[in-house]
Write a protein that binds this ligand. Sequence first.
Ligand SMILES: *[C@@H]1O[C@H](CO)[C@@H](O)[C@H](O)[C@H]1NC(C)=O
Ligand SMILES: *[C@@H]1O[C@H](CO)[C@@H](O)[C@H](O)[C@H]1NC(C)=O
Length: 334
Amino acid sequence: MSIIFYLLLLSSCTSSVLSTDVNDGLVLLKIKEQLGNPQELSNWVEGFQFCGGLPYGSGNVECTSTGRVRFLGIQHIKGPAAPFPEAICNLTELQGLSLLSLYNLYGPIPSCVNQLSNLGLLNIQNTGLSSLPESLFLNHQKLTNLIVTSNVFSGSIPASLSTIPTLYYVDLTNNSLKGSIPPDLVHGQYTYLFLSDNRFTGEIPKSYQWLPLSVIDVRNNKLTGDPSFLFNKENILTIDLSHNNFEFDFSNVEISETLSYLQLGFNKIYGKIPQSIASTNRFFFLDLRDNKLCGEIPQRQDFPWQPSDASIFADNKCLCGSPLPPCYKAGPAP
Ligand SMILES: *[C@@H]1O[C@H](CO)[C@@H](O)[C@H](O)[C@H]1NC(C)=O
Ligand SMILES: *[C@@H]1O[C@H](CO)[C@@H](O)[C@H](O)[C@H]1NC(C)=O
């Protein structure tokens, strides 16, 4: 009995010794060196108290109770041009990584990042990073939030991204990504998908009609087809399809009562405006500008269209009625 107890104690001691053997402080110094020793990280010096002891600045570190780095944020560094610091891949307990406004960081995200299997948040914004390896997300079974905006990523969305069961928030806004939108990108009860300002082509996958989407923003891509199956989804809040090549008949589309933002401007949508637009009785942002719509604009009971609403119907084929000029009605034949 007591022998087993001591063996257990010994093995737990051994494993804790092993884990503190890994010195994340040295890894942070290596990261600093790989970033070209930028001035902004001058308080990262040998033996520094990186766990919570640093004032908020360009480098933020949070630790686990065993002294491993759990969150690393590096931001606003004007240092020399540098590739992604691979030493980050040694922070194997990392749950959150945030690299913001590191304009001089260039090249690919290295595939060693898939060693960081505890990552829940990956947030990379305003860098010069330019490619996502196909295998990047093979081990990220805990990733919930992927925010990769305003970088220069090209190529298509790695297939491995569709394999993450926990991922519910994806923001890839403002890169140079192309190819089609993969099915099954997000999962869970409330999901958010921001893909605007890229070069995506093809259709929004039909499978998205079964996803519990809350927000979908694909503004300013080169998408085609008929995604109107999105409009009547349960719990949908925001849809932005503007500045694409969507082409479908709007006449009989049903619109969910939960939808409060519908931006369809600058597409090739045709037919009439459906009556369900008028029955939506909550605060509702709508923009139908620059499509091929025709016919009489449905009138709302509770919030009549105002003259200032004319622009949301502008530049269509032949819309008429308030807030645009009245429809021409042929009088009785003389
Ligand atoms: C990172 O890990 C590699 C191999 O896993 C090791 O060779 C290297 O020394 C580590 N770097 C640091 C700074 O700990
Ligand atoms: C898009 O990203 C580029 C850098 O790649 C940046 O210069 C630009 O300001 C970003 N645009 C927006 C609207 O954020």
